[in-house]
Design a protein around this ligand. Sequence first.
Ligand SMILES: Cc1cc2nc3c(=O)[nH]c(=O)nc-3n(C[C@H](O)[C@H](O)[C@H](O)COP(=O)(O)OP(=O)(O)OC[C@H]3O[C@@H](n4cnc5c(N)ncnc54)[C@H](O)[C@@H]3O)c2cc1C
Length: 547
Amino acid sequence: MNSTFLQRRYLVSFQSRRLPHIFTDVLVIGSGVAGLRAAIEASRYGQVILVTKGQVIDSNSYFAQGGLAAVMDSSDSLASHVADTMATGCGMSDPAVVEHVISAAPDHIREMREWGVAFDMGDNGLSLGREGGHSAHRIVHAAGDATGRVLTEVLVERARQCESIKIFESCFALDLVTDPPAGGSGASCVGAITYHERYGLQFIRARQTILAAGGAGMLWRESTNPPIATADAIAMVFRAGGAVSDPEMMQFHPTTLYVAGATRSLISEAVRGEGAFLLDRKGHRFMTEYHEMAELAPRDVVSRAILQQMAQTGTTHVYLDVRHLGEEAFAARFPQIDRQCRHFEINPGTDLIPVHPAAHYMIGGARSDLDGRTNLPGLLACGEGSCSGLHGANRLASNSLIEALVIARRCGQVAGEALAAGNGQYAKEFDWANAPSTRTELDLTDIRNSLRSLMWRNVGIVRRGDRLSETLEIVNFWGRYVLDKEFYGTAGWEVQNMLTSAYVISECALRRTETRGVHYREDFPQTDPVWARHQNVRRTEYQLVVE
Ligand SMILES: Cc1cc2nc3c(=O)[nH]c(=O)nc-3n(C[C@H](O)[C@H](O)[C@H](O)COP(=O)(O)OP(=O)(O)OC[C@H]3O[C@@H](n4cnc5c(N)ncnc54)[C@H](O)[C@@H]3O)c2cc1C
């Protein structure tokens, strides 16, 4: 039987001529760093509409702590940053993209400073932090550990001042519209069907569309991501017949504050960069036994070591020890983390901080080149919802915000060039009708929670073929009665997107029969040179194509 995930093209039925139409030159989906930067650039060439499903600051970007990696000191070099990125990517980073992003990074930091981002300063210029996998101090940060907030606020302010940008908040993009409407190879993107809380369904017709809808962290029970990260980008591109690359590559962060029942908030890598230790419940510093770089080993190594140590000591978490860094110094360098700990009556100066790994960064996404071009003409993609090939099989800390800035600016320029060349078209009218569902009502909260637990258990830090197959069986079963329905609200559409993405992720995780970077297979513990390549996955009406 065909998977329901292959059959559903649009989440809702509609007659396009009956929907309110909005025409724009460029449509940007998402208001994180990628979407905002792309919109600002595109606004130099034409009219831009930016839609975002919550408020403009609801994004992963806003919560970024550590900073942006860039070579800003004469003792550092681009070659060294390139080498660190390539080494962390475990043979899967695309050299041309790495060169491009790393070389452009310093210029983007200068631009952000000119625009008003107040990066933290030291005695001799920018204060540069160091994080795991970097062989030099090159992490630019702002307000200590609130880099994402500072950066986002500056970009939001600048976007709001651009007369040619209109920002629609509470506006959920359901689907990319293609011509022909069924999508697939040869189709081009001509805008999106959106739902606005006040105005209902709308058809935004755009000559160029930039997808910047972010990551997928909410698919896992333990996650550092805010609630917006429901894998909408992967699901939208997949339904439209676009290529999704490397969705099996989810990076897990080793250290989130572990307080049962409370939100999992991130304890930045920079804390270990400043010298924090990881201890088990017996007070034993264990990372020295797992890797020569100890606490600064790559994230996947630290995450697996923590899981193993938890299993050996029969506990639900381990501890970060920052007591030797000094209470005041810690609070000054990491004010946000310090506040978060004290909220739960943990004093970092005297107490150990309970931590646990969690899903953090989706490396995979809409396949794009270094200009953000996807395989669908008219559709560009940037940020966490895309996969340019920079990160390969593992992301080097603080390389994602800088990638978002670099590729988003190019997306804006490429969209502008397409407009100037007269490329891009407005859609023709068409009707789309999904077969009506005869099945029962659903408890969406239950499905969402069950899916998140399933993904954490079976498609988490350590994976195995039989568990991945079981996941696919379950997800396909749930898909049959969730994807056959039409919802009229974001909760239902998000669950449909999460299930679709879980299907795509699990398929690719099952097919990659090796261990590489963040993808660890207990049943295939070795890295296989044959697999030093991307997996590009797309749907046709009848089959899943993985190349
Ligand atoms: C806690 C935390 C700390 C981090 N720290 C760092 C760091 O120090 N350095 C670093 O480089 N990276 C860090 N990262 C990763 C980094 O923040 C993200 O990779 C980056 O911000 C992604 O930017 P983005 O614009 O692509 O996505 P986001 O910032 O997530 O923005 C996505 C946007 O799309 C919108 N959206 C999603 N779906 C839809 C839809 N269907 N319709 C309309 N709008 C939609 C969302 O509401 C949001 O506005 C961190 C991430 C987290 C969660």
